[in-house]
Design a protein around this ligand. Structure first.
Ligand SMILES: [Zn+2]
Length: 118
């Protein structure tokens, strides 16, 4: 079991397995958040919050909502607004550092900008 927590600890996500790969995306929102996404089925992720600890952000015709801790501001995950979609993104930056140091990073070029591989 892997635990991802925001800085203040009010939001935490439990996943069953560590990611084999995380995705760094350069689209308009991901590059601003500076997140690394690990993709899971929502059935594999348990989100815990203390009280009303989350804010969400969505815009335009987007079909996903970005969740962040209302206290410390860390982006924790994105979730689909379509309950039938079997995919969500967990911000792997909230996972333990020793895990992040060894995981492969995939660069997703959604801005039309070439990103050099690391
Ligand atoms: Zn927090």
């Amino acid at each position: 079991m892997i635990l991802a927590t925001c800085h203040c600890g009010r939001v935490s996500l439990e996943v069953q397995s560590e990611p084999t790969e995380v995705t760094e995306c350069n689209c308009s929102i991901c590059r601003r958040y500076g997140v690394l996404w690990a993709y899971y089925s929502p059935r594999q992720v348990h989100v815990r919050t203390e009280g009303a600890a989350q804010d969400t952000y969505q815009w335009g015709e987007q079909t996903i909502a970005f969740h962040r801790c209302a206290h410390c501001g860390c982006v924790s995950h994105w979730a689909s607004l379509d309950p039938a979609r079997d995919r969500m993104g967990v911000n792997a930056r909230l996972m333990p550092l020793e895990l992040l140091s060894k995981v492969r990073v995939r660069h997703l070029d959604r801005a039309g900008i070439q990103v050099a591989p690391r």
